[in-house]
Design a protein around this ligand. Structure first.
Ligand code: 16G
Length: 249
């Protein structure tokens, strides 16, 4: 069935079905679920939907905006509204200390990073406390948008003491690989996971609607000697990840 036929108002749009924009939103959701509107296909222009359904353009816009907020539709500047590709969720084990690059390689995916910041900076109070540094110390900081299979997955901001990572520019793909080469790979970590709503800039980088659910993960990792090696705060897309912990008696 074509999208146009599918949107003809007979059979789904009526007086008793609640607000009209809700009825249209539901109809479009059904279209997405049933494959009439497959991933990456474009929606007919607002004007055309209004014509077919005999609804006002304001009503049509409202329905589409709701779908954008739900993350089912994305608006691409200048070219209209498209059905988003659903994210397949990934599972990450909470019992192994692995790197993002290793996690993705295990799933056969290649990782890329977009660098947002990389350099040596004066440590903040939080970094001094977490990394057990002296006041006035400097830290290596790297901030990346981490992508797998070409899709943004997480924003990651790592801080490390300078003697553990003297030259942050050395990190081009994997931080843990660089640490391993230097004989300074962490062997133990503590992670704190909390639920958040993504701020506009973060949501934009992760390509999700503003305020979308995310997971904030703070990892403090330690060397064999017991020294803190890394403080990393990661923001993961909530629709992309399941963190799984195995529990035993
Ligand atoms: C993971 C770690 C992060 C670590 C990074 C190293 C979590 C929540 N965080 O993303 O702490 O810095 O891996 O990855 O798992 P890389 O070696 O690929 O740079």
């Amino acid at each position: 069935m074509s999208v146009i036929e599918f949107l003809r108002p007979e059979g789904w749009l009526g007086e008793t079905g609640g607000p009209r924009y809700v009825q249209l939103r539901q109809r479009l959701e059904t279209g997405i679920e049933s494959g009439v509107l497959p991933p990456n296909s474009s929606l007919p222009p607002e004007r055309e939907i209004a014509e077919i359904t005999e609804l006002s353009r304001v009503t049509v816009r409202k329905a589409i905006q709701e779908l954008v907020r739900e993350g089912l539709i994305e608006q691409r500047q200048g070219s209209g509204s498209f059905v988003r590709e659903p994210m397949s969720r990934m599972e990450q084990s909470l019992s192994h200390l692995t790197s993002f690059t290793e996690d993705m390689a295990q799933r056969g995916m290649e990782t890329t990073s977009r660098w947002l910041e990389r350099g040596v900076f004066l440590a903040t109070r939080g970094e001094i406390d977490a990394l057990d540094l002296d006041a006035g110390a400097e830290v290596a900081r790297i901030y990346r948008l981490r992508e797998a299979g070409g899709r943004p997955m997480a924003l990651e901001r790592a801080s490390l003491p300078l003697d553990i990572l003297p030259n942050p520019l050395e990190v081009t793909t994997s931080l843990y690989e660089v640490l391993e080469r230097r004989g300074q790979r962490p062997v133990r970590a503590l992670q704190k996971i909390s639920a958040i709503n993504l701020e506009p800039r973060e949501a934009d980088l992760l390509n999700v609607p503003e305020g979308a659910a995310g997971l904030s993960i703070e990892r403090t990792s330690y060397l064999v000697s017991g020294r803190v090696a890394e403080l990393t705060r990661s923001l993961y897309r909530g629709d992309a990840y399941d963190f799984v912990a195995e529990l035993r008696l």
